[in-house]
Design a protein around this ligand. Sequence first.
Ligand code: SAM
Length: 276
Amino acid sequence: MNLQTVRRRLGTAIVGKHPGPDPAPRQVAPASTSVPGSRTLTEGFFDRFPTFLETSETSSYRWRLNLRHEAIFTENRDLLAGARVLDIASHDGRWSMAALEAGAAHVTGVEARPDLVANAEASLRKYDVDESRWRFVSGDIFEVLRDEQIEVDVVLCLGFLYHTLRHSELLTRVRQTGAQHLVVDTEIHRSDAPVMWLDEETVERQGNAVADELSVGDVVLTGRPSLSALEMLGRGQGFEMKGLSDWGGLLRDNPDADQVRDYRIGRRITCRFDRT
Ligand SMILES: C[S@@+](CC[C@H](N)C(=O)[O-])C[C@H]1O[C@@H](n2cnc3c(N)ncnc32)[C@H](O)[C@@H]1O
């Protein structure tokens, strides 16, 4: 049976009506339960560590990074004191530095682009962080986690989950680190159903995927899970989603914030998983 026939049998009403890249109605960041005014930010992490505003070409906007720091670190500070941390796709070291500043005992950052690893190392040295507390590995996260037994307490998977289609494999490797906690910051597909939005991206851009053993040429297949798909993926590897960070409150209390539209419209979230 050829594709045309399959389409005809399924009915053009379904197949012909392409839902578009994100069919959900415009929704806003989840309603906040925090007290109005309690999430106002005057001085953020990146005002204290401004080097990171210069060492990346990928969304390194002051407001965006400062609010992401609030959502990722201020809200999960309890996880980090004394913890061994794995920072997946550690980029220029921005979040490895934040984890160390939040009290992590040690951070291993894994980043595929060597120039970004060099930037991370230079910045942590610049800020005089003891070299016994950090290590950056230049390599594909899938290969590194397959070849090295990295044991940690907390895994940070920030800005990476929608740059791969290998979610289950990644979460299996995360489980194998022994981590009790996982913090994820990711774009999501705004559907109530547990679906994965497939896409493809080229490897040229600094913030995109790199070619890996499953990709062909310079295009990598990616998947953006819906929230319920993300929950299901976590559960499949023994991680329960414990809550979403308070983007509603952060955006309510910082009305001047720019470059955060994806969080504002609920297309991107920050969440925490605990090992069951
Ligand atoms: C959008 S950036 C996110 C950077 C940072 N974690 C953040 O949240 O701000 C994605 C990063 O993933 C890295 N990356 C892409 N594919 C990778 C892979 N297979 N293994 C390790 N890092 C990868 C890219 O080089 C880039 O630094």
